[in-house]
Design a protein around this ligand. Structure first.
Ligand code: FES
Ligand code: FES
Length: 154
C-alpha cells in the first residue's frame, strides 16, 4: 500500500491503496464518483474514459501510481451544472438508451473537440471508434457532437 494525493474535479483526495490499483477504482470506490463506468477492464470499450490533464484516458488501465500531479476530470467535473455544450447537445438529441456508455462517450468527445472543434463525420467516426455502445446510439452521438460543434444550434 502507498499514499497518493490526487486532484479529481478540483478536489484533493488522499488515498492509501495498492500502487497498481486502476484509477477507475479510486474514482469510484474512494472518491465516490460513480458516473465513470466499468465496462471491459482492458482498455477496449471506453466506458471508463476520464481526462488526465485534458486528455482522454481509460481509467481502468491507468495505475494510480502513474498519475502524479496530473489533474483528473470525470463526467461529474466536466462542467459545473451539467451544461457543457456536449451535455446540452446530448440532452437535446436525446442520445442515451441504457446510458451505460454515455459518460465515456461524452468525455472522449470533449477531449477531441478541443483540438478539432468542427469535426467531419469521418473524423467523428475515427475519433470515437474506441467507445463502444451496445445500444447502438452511434448516429445520435454523431448528431450531438455536430450540434455541440455548431454551438448548439440545430
Ligand atoms: S472499462 Fe476501461 S476501456 Fe472498458
Ligand atoms: S446507451 Fe447503452 S451501451 Fe450505450
Amino acid at each position: 500500500m502507498a499514499v497518493f494525493n490526487l486532484t479529481i474535479n478540483n478536489t484533493d483526495y488522499k488515498v492509501d491503496v495498492d500502487p497498481q490499483m486502476p484509477l477507475l477504482w479510486v474514482i469510484r470506490d474512494f472518491a465516490g464518483l460513480t458516473g465513470t463506468k466499468f465496462g471491459c477492464g482492458i482498455a477496449q470499450c471506453g466506458a471508463c474514459t476520464v481526462h488526465l490533464n485534458g486528455d482522454a484516458v481509460r481509467s481502468c488501465s491507468v495505475p494510480v501510481s502513474s498519475i502524479g500531479q496530473q489533474k483528473i476530470v470525470t463526467i461529474e467535473g466536466l462542467s459545473e451544472k451539467g451544461d457543457h455544450p456536449l451535455q446540452k447537445a446530448w440532452e437535446e438529441v436525446d442520445v442515451p438508451q441504457c446510458g451505460y456508455c454515455q459518460a465515456g462517450q461524452i468525455m472522449s468527445a470533449a477531449a477531441f473537440l478541443k483540438d478539432k472543434p468542427h469535426p467531419t463525420d469521418q473524423e467523428i467516426d475515427n475519433l470515437m471508434s474506441g467507445n463502444i455502445c451496445r445500444c447502438g446510439t452511434y448516429n445520435r452521438i454523431k448528431k450531438a457532437i455536430h450540434l455541440a460543434a455548431q454551438g448548439g444550434k440545430s
